[in-house]
Design a binder for this molecule. Structure first.
Ligand code: PLP
Ligand code: ZN
Length: 415
């Protein structure tokens, strides 16, 4: 076997190599029980010493299609990556909060600018490229909407087929996206957790390649690139705090893994403090960090992309947060809406509620004086507000039409 990576089980620590398609550690998978986070999630490990010997500084991370960059991805050739432009998302500095200058630096990285308007494209593209490399033409995924619309769009670009299983109450715009991209959409009577289990059963029965977040180890490989971009955007500086919205815990683990790899490559020396932001109505990852026995509450929040009863990647996230002193904060739906309104009005960025949750987390800590003056903070905006209009509609009033008349218009504008 001459594969450039191996797998490490997050639960038992065992490392192994295989060029077969594998999702979970075979030993630990057997101990999985319904209603509990996945055991046996696999982390992809590369030969970092060998890679760092031929790392050419910053340029390594500048282009995804650059072959040298492929050293840190589970794919062999850049021509299996679909031509859509993924990542390289813009970063902006915000300097006021509620009309007053902020005492700390705040950067927004706008991942809503990916082709299907969410962070999920970073994962889908690597899963799709790997499938292409293996000659696989069909990919199934369970989704609250974004993973599915992403997989559907990337498969369309790549000439692959996507099957997307969603809870029946997924946002309308995301469902339209999935159908628009030509994927097979399967809404199920049940929750995201039910959709997840059903898609895994389908994979076990038929062998159809599965993209499920946490279950497929390569989703993290795509998502970690966001950490490389942050490092690149800040010219090699590491932010003090990074705010990430958390559902299953894959995005946050991927950000950790990206920064961990930068350290393993001796490009950086420290890990930023990563703040896991969850909705008060779906706190199942952060509330379980210190419990001996996992306990789940039924999720209820406006932030559908982070509404998760059983966070699939709980164990990896908990390990990372413990090893690197991560922080956690919960925000209410009202705080989420207020943050998204402020973001829209101050920056021209329209975020979906799950993405605005990360900013709400920053604002909450800022108000509690938990953000050091002059510290460098980054908020990851993970999805576009255009993907979930119903969530925000009841908080806005659209004006009634006026007569088509200049005098009336001037009066209306108080001019
Ligand atoms: C999926 C998603 C998240 C949460 O990611 P996890 O890996 O499930 O923690 C946050 N925001 C948006 C917009 C998402 O689509
Ligand atoms: Zn194991």
């Amino acid at each position: 076997m001459n594969q450039k990576f191996r797998y490490q089980c997050v639960t038992c620590g065992k490392e192994f190599e295989t060029d077969e398609i594998i999702y979970l550690c075979p030993d630990c998978e057997r101990k999985n029980k319904p209603g509990e986070p996945l055991r046996g999630v696999l982390k992809v490990i590369y030969d970092y010493d060998m890679i760092s010997d031929d790392v050419s500084g910053d340029s390594l991370f500048s282009v995804i299609k650059d072959d040298s960059y492929l050293d840190l991805l589970p794919i062999e050739q850049s021509d299996t990556i679909p031509g859509l432009r993924i990542g390289h998302t813009p970063m902006y500095e915000v300097d006021t909060f509620e009309g007053k200058p902020l005492s700390a630096a705040l950067y927004i990285k706008n991942d809503a600018r990916n082709p299907t308007l969410s962070f999920k494209d970073r994962a889908s593209v690597i899963v799709s490229a790997f499938a292409q490399q293996k000659g696989i033409d069909t990919i199934v995924t369970a989704s609250t909407g974004n993973a599915g619309s992403s997989m559907a769009g990337i498969c369309a670009a790549q000439g692959q087929k996507a099957i997307v299983i969603v809870p029946e109450n997924a946002p309308f715009e995301k469902l339209i996206q999935i159908v628009m991209y030509g994927a097979t959409l399967i809404p199920v009577k049940g929750t995201y957790d039910d959709a997840f289990d059903l898609s895994v059963e389908l994979t076990k029965k038929t062998g159809i390649y599965n993209r499920n977040t946490a279950y497929n180890p390569f989703t993290i490989e795509g998502k970690k690139i966001a950490a490389f971009e942050i490092y690149d955007d800040l010219l090699g500086e590491i932010p003090d705090n990074i705010f990430i919205p958390v559902g299953d815990g894959v995005i946050i683990s991927a950000i950790y893994k990206g920064f961990e790899e930068l350290m393993k490559l001796h490009l950086t020396k420290s890990m930023p403090t990563i703040v896991a932001v969850q909705a008060e109505g779906s706190p199942n990852l952060v509330d379980n960090l210190n419990r001996k026995v996992f306990k789940s509450v039924k999720s209820k929040t406006i932030a559908d992309s982070i509404s998760v009863d059983v966070p699939r990647n709980f164990h990896m996230t908990a390990n990372y947060m413990k090893s690197y002193h991560g922080k956690a904060i919960k925000v209410s739906d009202d705080e989420i809406i207020q943050a998204s309104l402020q973001l829209g009005r101050n920056t021209g960025i329209f975020a979906e509620p799950s993405a605005a949750a990360a900013l709400a987390g920053f604002f909450k800590m800022y108000r509690m004086n938990e953000i050091d003056e002059k510290s460098v903070n980054l908020v990851m905006i993970t999805g576009s507000g255009m993907k979930d209009m119903a969530a925000i509609k009841s908080y806005l009033t659209l004006p009634k039409p006026i007569p088509n008349d200049l005098d009336k218009l001037l009066r209306h504008l108080d001019l």
